[in-house]
Design a protein around this ligand. Structure first.
Ligand SMILES: *Cc1c(COP(=O)(O)O)cnc(C)c1O
Ligand SMILES: [Zn+2]
Length: 420
């Protein structure tokens, strides 16, 4: 079964058959991002919540009937999805709210939510009989593609800005990708990737260019609802760079609505870093996303640095159509959130991954969320990907001489205990 009805251009609304176009609307070029549209009646005729209750599949493939892939495309061996959703009373208490859950995407095979999108790229590359696949990335999308390609030995070429954190570059090298460190920004890497792919005929994974990336990311939303036994949250707080994750979450919600599995939309709150906040600023001014101009970005949260958010149309719709909001957090607030999240619930996230907690603080302070509401925050990527930022937040540990006397002296200065 192929559940795709058509691919619809976000700009002109033109609908294409899935075989007709591969990436973007031919009339609008790179700006003509497509939305994958489904035949929900067909899906509902073969797939129900009962099927999910009975499913033993512990990956995102438990939602295969809702994904845009042919039934005979082989699934790569790395397990993506079905990550834990932790209820955290300690963090909730700290924030003065009742119910808080943390979706732990640090547990994905390459350490970030990007694995959900990259696995979709691998499926589509196989369906297109691609011999090589490529992407541009601030780091995590590349690491995800790199790891998944290694698992099926698919050659791949990765364009990353030379400023990407070393741990993410190490992942690419270890997995055996062809890595091109671009002297320039993510946006430069993006353009160079597209240009090269056209010359060499590679399959392209790029966010907001390849329409199937949103479809992979939406699975995190399905999981949140299933894990909450379909009693959804009031608010979901999402870090935003290009806007593909928040757009994917909105897409997941629309799917569940169309199937009649949920009846109430949660509000989606997008978190942006103060040095990369063009979507938030446009939202505050009530601008159309097409009016957003590229800005020069500066933030410690490299994974959410986007001079011109590529998925700005989907991201803006996600916030506006759910009655949500954008909030801005500073690098200082993001850094502080890393140990707060780790000590509060045991999840160690990279700066972008912890920014959702910083955003929740801000949303509570500004009255965007109320204490009695049910809140989910996304921890989108692992803290091990950027240990220098983490250490910037915590400082260095005590150094002592190898003697019990030195241990005693150090303990005299106080022992760290969790408050009961
Ligand atoms: C990519 C990424 C984001 C931002 O996602 P967008 O789809 O670009 O908005 C946030 N956190 C982490 C860890 C990421 O890798
Ligand atoms: Zn178009």
């Amino acid at each position: 079964m192929q559940p795709i009805k058509h691919l619809k251009c976000l700009l002109c609304g033109h609908e294409y058959g899935p075989e007709e176009v591969r990436y973007v609307c031919p009339k609008h070029g790179n700006e003509g991002i497509l939305d994958v549209q489904y035949d929900y009646d067909l899906i509902a005729s073969t797939f129900s919540q009962n099927d999910l209750n009975r499913s033993t599949e512990d990956s995102l493939w438990r939602y295969r009937p809702l994904l845009p892939v042919a039934s005979d495309t082989p699934v790569p061996p790395l397990k993506v999805g079905w990550t834990p959703l932790y209820s955290s009373h300690r963090l909730a208490g700290l924030l003065g709210i009742k119910n808080l859950w943390v979706k732990d995407e640090t547990r994905e095979p390459t350490g970030s939510l990007k694995d959900r999108a990259s696995v979709m790229a691998i499926m589509k590359a196989q369906e297109n009989s691609a011999e090589v696949i490529t992407t541009a990335s601030t780091g995590n999308a590349a690491a995800a593609l790199s790891g998944l390609c290694a698992s099926i030995q698919l050659p791949n070429v990765i364009f990353v800005p030379a400023s990407a954190p070393e741990a993410k570059i190490a992942q690419l090298m270890v997995y055996g990708s062809t890595v091109l460190l671009v002297e320039g920004t993510y946006d430069d890497a993006f353009d160079l990737c597209l240009e090269s792919a056209q010359v060499y005929g590679w399959y392209i994974r790029n966010t907001a260019y390849n329409p199937y990336m949103t479809e992979g990311k939406k699975t995190v939303l399905y999981e949140i609802y299933e894990q909450l036994e379909w009693e959804g949250p009031d608010v979901i707080i999402v870090p935003v760079g290009d806007g593909c994750i928040i757009g994917g979450i909105h897409k997941g919600l629309k799917d569940l609505f169309a199937l009649g599995w949920i009846r109430k939309m949660p509000r989606l709150i997008g978190v942006q870093a103060s040095g990369s906040a063009s979507l938030c600023q446009a939202w505050e001014k009530g601008l159309d996303p097409s009016e957003i101009k590229p800005i020069e970005v500066k933030t410690i949260a490299d994974s959410m640095a986007a001079g011109l958010p590529r998925d700005r149309i989907k991201a803006m719709r996600a916030v506006r159509e759910t009655g949500g909001a954008f909030v801005i957090v500073t690098d200082e607030e993001i850094l502080q959130a890393i140990p707060t999240l780790a000590r509060g619930c045991g999840v160690f996230a990279e700066p972008a991954g912890a920014s959702s907690l910083a955003g929740l603080f801000k949303a509570i302070q500004t009255g965007l969320v109320r204490p009695e509401e049910r809140i989910v925050i996304l921890a989108t990527g692992s803290g091990l990907k950027d240990i220098s930022s983490a250490m910037q937040a915590t400082g260095k540990p005590k150094r002592i001489q190898a003697s019990l006397k030195a241990v005693q002296a150090a303990l005299d200065n106080g022992l760290f205990l969790y408050k009961k």
